[in-house]
Design a protein around this ligand. Structure first.
Ligand code: SAH
Length: 467
């Protein structure tokens, strides 16, 4: 075998970028050796510095773009290359979509074993910026004691002061400015990771995109917030200047642990209600500081419409929604189904799901706490087949589905399966298994829920083959 060329650390080289890798890094070849280079895109010709090299691949840092790719655009955010939040701002949105669509197609082809995966055109966002309804800003002090509110620089705990984030709802800029005024004027102490002392750790905001309701939650290392009436006063000013928004909830979350986990368990309300309300489609949701809720509500609705379309419901079906979270998909489907059963491992999420069913007067949805791989086969057996699913929706975390879930689907002879996934590689792996169990991929859709980042969301419709 030919000896693999390995460049030396700190060597300066120039090369062309030919591909975009997993996490949005550009990929170039140097004498046949693969290099991953952050902040580069296919078509760029760059000068780069070798950072570290392994046997078959290495990492380099871009020093200079000698010739930019025709797909390169100017990043809007001056912090884009430092911040951990965005990876693809320098790539035109059209090409971001193409990259995501190809990523899904290639996974289904190479891992899933489907030569020509039937995937529809990608559903892009009308607004690939300002789409997030939830923000968590770490708070700290800089070297000279200045107050920092912003985001962590990629893979570190260094806070970059961020006055304006291009992914968050625009109102955040105003809210953060007001909170900053409050913290400075009232000389509120700021949490210090190194010593565990100081009060303010994080600021969380949640915005109802359809209702305009705003929640501000300060995460504090203590039992109460001094001068809270001043904070309320400041935030009411933000409301006055932004008449489309309404400050519905101000609260504190107490976290006195020395941990990287942002939220503690206890919430105290200091103004308004302890929740905000928002809608996905016609379904209403109550969102409290601790509840999970999709972060891009506009694209989520498009995603769920695809789920509904692929599920082909006729009001006669029993549907199981596995990995259901707070029951968003279950409730979205309920009006078109005879019965929906949701399963989720987080007990608090199931509490929310039940409350949301009540809030919407949906009576044909039932929720269970536990692992999908345990509850789903167990309930089926115990009910003597009465709870047999006609349609199963699965929306697992990144690692994909447990095989028991897939086996149960096959054993039940479920007609249709709709698989929602945030990781096309594990999706493709599971689809390969399902194909071996007698299912065929009928349709696929890719929805861009996270513009400017490398994340991609896929829905696949599968049908049981006639046997
Ligand atoms: N379908 C929901 C949430 C999907 S996120 C929505 O659209 O909003 C994936 C969910 O799977 C998370 O809520 C996570 O808590 C849950 N989960 C993880 N492992 C699980 C398991 N083994 N069984 C059931 N739920 C699980």
């Amino acid at each position: 075998m030919e000896e693999q060329f390995i460049p030396k650390k700190n060597e300066q080289i120039s090369l062309e970028i030919c591909d975009l890798g997993e996490e949005g890094f550009g990929i170039g070849k140097y004498h046949g050796y693969t290099l991953f280079i952050k902040d580069t895109i296919p078509g760029d010709f760059v000068e780069a510095l070798i950072l570290k090299g392994k046997k078959t691949y290495g990492y380099a840092k871009v020093l200079r773009i000698l010739k930019p790719s025709p797909d390169r655009v100017q990043s809007l955010c001056p912090l884009a290359s430092k911040c951990g939040g965005c990876q693809l701002q320098h790539l035109s949105y059209e090409k971001q979509l193409e990259y995501k669509w190809n990523k899904v197609k290639n996974c289904l082809k190479h891992i899933g074993g489907i030569p020509e995966p039937p995937i529809e055109e990608i559903i892009g966002a009308e607004e690939p910026y300002y789409y997030r309804n939830k923000a968590q800003f770490p708070v700290g002090r800089g070297k000279n004691g200045e107050l920092l509110i912003g985001f962590y620089a990629g893979r570190t705990h260094t806070i970059m002061n961020t006055e304006h984030c291009y992914l968050q709802a625009k109102i955040n800029t105003e809210l953060i400015k007001r909170i900053r005024n409050f913290l400075e004027r009232e000389k509120i102490s700021i949490y210090e990771e190194a010593t565990g002392k100081g009060l303010i750790r994080h600021i969380m905001t949640r915005i109802g995109f359809r209702t305009g309701e705003v929640m501000v939650c300060l995460i504090i290392n203590g039992e109460y917030l001094p001068h809270k009436e001043k904070l309320i006063e400041e935030l009411k000013k933000a409301e006055k200047e932004n008449p489309n928004y309404h400050i519905k909830s101000i609260c504190c979350n107490i976290n006195q642990e020395r941990t990287n986990v942002i939220l503690g368990e206890k919430v105290i309300s200091i103004y308004g209600e302890p929740y905000i309300t928002d809608y996905i489609g016609e379904v209403k949701f109550r969102i409290s500081p601790l509840s999970f809720y999709q972060v891009n509500p506009v694209q989520t609705e498009k995603l769920y419409k695809k789920v509904l379309e692929f599920a082909q419901l006729n009001r006669n079906e029993i549907v199981w929604d596995l990995y259901c979270g707070i029951g968003t998909i279950s409730l979205f489907l309920a009006r078109q189904a005879k019965m929906v059963y949701g399963v989720e491992v987080v007990a608090q999420a199931i509490e929310d799901a039940k409350k949301n069913a009540e809030l919407n007067e949906i009576t044909n949805a039932q929720f269970f706490v536990g692992e999908a791989e345990t509850i789903f086969p167990e309930k089926y057996q115990q009910s003597n087949g009465e709870m047999r699913a006609d349609v199963v929706v699965i929306d697992p975390p990144r690692k994909g589905c447990d095989e028991t879930v897939l086996n149960t689907i096959a054993k039940m002879e479920v007609e249709r399966v709709v698989y929602v996934s945030c990781d096309p590689a594990t999706l493709a792996r599971d689809i390969k298994l399902m194909r071996q169990m007698g299912y065929e991929m009928i349709k696929g859709a890719v929805v861009d829920m996270f513009g400017e980042t490398y994340h991609v969301e896929t829905v696949v419709g599968l049908q049981r083959r006639d046997m």
